[in-house]
Design a protein around this ligand. Structure first.
Ligand code: ADP
Length: 529
């Protein structure tokens, strides 16, 4: 029978144990703990695996410091942690980079244990090292491959994006250029010119819509953020789709009357609802198609949110949930991961921006999104938005004011793009306004200083040379704190927009805009004086 008490060694057992140590696959190195006369620890024993791993024979290693295994990439933090653990007499475990005699690095999983004498003092250290170089290399190789794959996918989706944008815009520009040429040829036929102009307008509106979707995808289109009633937006969107795209489909609303408000840009939420509703309509058949819009409050844990797209970083808490479910064709498992990619579509070239825009908007509103679908079983899109403390039905609806007349009123328009500046100026002059035009922020401030007593409102581009819109606005406020300003921009990630827009005296308009929407905003701004 085997003797259990290993402290009573016989010569036979010592021989067995030594053979186990010598033949171990793991490298074993024993170091003395140093002495008062020679405080630096020295290697006193190494096994064969140590020699295989480090390249040092027993004769070369014994008597030397274990620091022979350290080298240029040894992590100084780990080495310090090891020294501190050893000084305390603790067991130390870590993954380390060590160096062979020929200078080649290798990775080990190391465990260093103290051996104490009969007085409890540490007299030796036993270090066991497992070679994990192959595992580390495999991980590094996999990471490299994954990075390369990600890079390739990024380039591919950029290529698809650029191709899609070019395709759509070239078509629209062909319509615009063609109709402009036709209008010139038809110079004597007002009815024909009217038709050409209508086509040009329609193409430009479609191009603006494409830009809106792409800005939304990039998360840079969050313009006017305020507490919004999601239920009201859904009612409007459902009416719109019912009357157009969703003809023949049943569109039901199941809205929670006690829904909290969400801090959002109302027009972007409408874009989200429309994109999802149109997809649901297109996935279903007239006659049998059914689309259900549901809203509710839900308290979500961080783990629950992590399972949704964009949810990983979101805090647990109260969320407003919007669910759009249809009984349409559903989504195949092999494409469900790609449906949010820009220009990914199962329809036709030039489509595929809808869900990309939805994802961008949800991201910009610190929300998350979830999709559940089986082919042939319909699809459910579930969106989560952080809830405000206030109930949604307390949000006042804005009443549109009757557009004002330009007669007797003076405006200052500043934009560095000459054609745009002159077009806006000419249109406003047509509406009866007297207009000063400035080519940059500095010129705008000078004109404002001179004429501010008569200027009713300023229309100011955000990105201009010399002095940008935000700085010009600040300078104008210094001259007249009550000045009325509309900021305009082709994009709106600008902090300035969030800072100034919506605070009464300054509003924001997204380019491209129609004259009607500029006039509507001028009415609000000038009337609030
Ligand atoms: P588009 O609708 O223009 O193709 P989207 O980005 O909105 O672009 O959608 C991408 C793809 O996702 C669609 O082409 C379709 O295959 C799939 N999809 C989106 N919504 C649904 C749905 N409700 N049911 C089935 N498939 C859907």
């Amino acid at each position: 029978m085997v003797e259990r008490n290993l402290s009573v060694f016989t010569a036979e057992r010592l021989r067995l144990l030594e053979s186990a140590v010598v033949n171990s696959y793991d490298s074993i190195v024993i170091t003395d703990a140093g002495s008062p006369t020679s405080p630096r620890p020295r290697i006193v024993f190494v096994n064969e695996a140590f020699t295989r791993l480090s390249g040092y024979t027993a004769d070369e290693a014994i008597g030397r410091s274990p620091a022979i295994l350290q080298g240029p990439e040894s992590d100084p933090g780990e080495v310090a942690r090891m020294r501190a653990a050893l000084a305390r007499g603790d067991v130390f475990t870590a993954e380390l980079i060590n160096y062979r005699k020929d200078g080649a690095p290798f990775h080990v999983e190391a465990r260093i244990m103290p051996i104490r004498d009969e007085h409890g003092r540490v007299s030796y250290w036993v270090g066991v090292q497992r070679d994990i170089t192959a595992r580390k290399q495999a991980v590094a190789e996999r990471e490299k491959l994954e990075a390369r794959l990600r890079e390739k996918q990024k380039l591919e989706s950029l290529g698809v994006l650029a191709g899609g944008v070019a395709h759509d815009f070239n078509n629209l520009l062909t319509i615009i250029l063609g109709n402009a040429s036709l209008a010139r040829l038809d110079a004597r036929n007002p009815a024909a010119i009217e038709q050409n102009l209508r086509y040009i307008e329609a193409a430009a509106v479609r191009a603006a819509e494409l830009c809106r979707q792409m800005l939304a995808y990039s998360g840079k289109g969050r313009y006017l953020v305020r507490p919004v009633d999601l239920n009201a937006i859904l009612c409007e969107s459902a009416d719109l789709v019912r009357s157009a795209a969703a003809r023949g489909r049943a569109v039901q609303l199941e809205l929670d009357a006690s829904l909290a408000a969400i801090r959002a840009d109302a027009s972007q939420l409408q874009q989200v609802a429309m994109n999802l509703l149109l997809n649901a309509a297109e996935a279903t058949e007239p006659g049998s198609g059914s689309i259900t819009l549901t809203t509710r409050m839900q308290t979500l844990s961080a783990e629950r949110l992590t399972r949704a797209h964009l949810g990983a970083e979101l805090p647990a808490g109260n969320y407003v949930v919007l669910e759009i479910a249809d009984n349409g064709c559903g989504i195949a498992a092999e494409i469900i991961e790609r449906i949010f990619d820009p220009f990914f579509t199962t329809k036709f070239t030039g489509r595929g921006l809808g869900l990309a825009a939805v994802l961008g908007i949800v991201r910009a509103h610190q929300g998350a999104i979830e999709v559940e679908s089986q082919p042939g079983q319909g699809a459910t899109f579930r969106l989560f938005f952080p809830a405000c403390a206030a109930p949604a039905n307390a949000v006042p609806a804005a009443a549109p004011a009757a557009p004002l007349s330009g007669r007797g009123r003076t405006l200052l328009v500043a934009d560095d793009e000459q054609l745009l500046r002159e077009t806006v100026r000419d249109l406003l002059q047509h509406l009866g306004f007297c207009v000063y035009a400035a080519a940059d922020g500095a010129e705008a401030v000078e004109l404002f200083r001179e004429h501010h007593a008569t200027i009713d409102a300023v229309v100011l581009d955000l990105s201009m040379p010399r002095l940008d819109g935000a700085a010009a606005l600040e300078a104008m406020r210094a001259i007249d704190p009550g000045c009325r300003v509309i900021l305009m921009s082709g994009f709106s990630e600008d902090e300035a927009v969030q800072q100034f827009a919506g605070c009464g005296a300054a509003r924001f308009i997204q380019k491209p805009f129609s004259m009607d929407s500029l006039l509507a905003l001028l009415t609000v701004v000038i009337d609030s004086r």
